[in-house]
Design a protein around this ligand. Sequence first.
Ligand code: SF4
Length: 300
Amino acid sequence: MAFLFDSFEGWKKYCDKHNVSVVDAVIGYEKEQKGRTEEKIWEGLGQAWEVMKDAVKTGLEEDMTSRSGMIANGAKKVYRHSQTVLSKEFQNLISRALAAKEVNSCMGRIVAAPTAGASGIMPGVLYTLQEIHNVPDKKILEAMLLAAGIALIMEQKASIAGAVGGCQAETGTAAAMGAGAIVYCLDGDIDQIFNAVAITVQCMLGLVCDPVAGLVEVPCVVRNASAAAIANSSAQIALANVSSVIPVDEVIEAMGEIGASMETRYKETALGGLAATKTGQAIAKKVLIHDIEILPDESD
Ligand code: SF4
């Protein structure tokens, strides 16, 4: 059954042939390939959902100042700001994605969905979706399973790690997972779900991984917010049956091709992009000196 998660086409064909839902196919895969019982699968998903919600709350309630100082309670400022750009819902979405990711940057507990660097996107998207549409918890857990299937294919066909494929692979995959989850929860069909994935990835292609001082803080935190917004815009487009034109499997292959040809300095090495700017370099130097200063003095 592993072949299912080699391509979106294979996943759809399997569902059509066996007359199973897109989520049931993932459950079958988890049982067969990972040897998990259905009870354990739902239990694990339930725990992950609680951790995601906790991360959102923690990021909005507790002090989120990172050791480098680059992260300084940004989510709370956005959440409480009196001026809304679009709507309170949009403000909440952005704040929650920032909040959960800030928790990661401050070494708190998160769900790596699919990675720690992109850990704010799914919580921000799902929390806001549930609040607006009263989505039952069971449906949210199903959407998380669907999202896991999406990530599996993206990992197979391209990558989900910034060090391998740039930030497009990391935040891009999380955004694709979020977009698919939104469309699923709003009763979209399999074509609309996969179209949402394709549109999302089209919007994220080419994004490099360039963390300042090698810390998963800047630009990572704000990219979680923008990826959450892109997940929502793509879901809106896909639900209206506006086609991505390029089929989803080909879009993911393009992501893999771009990732493979990306220079090493754009793959989490902190040698290019924002990390290589004058300010980025100065921060890296400061962080390094700080780290050396707090090292235990072996001569004592
Ligand atoms: S810039 Fe790199 S480290 Fe930061 S979120 Fe993107 S992939 Fe992860």
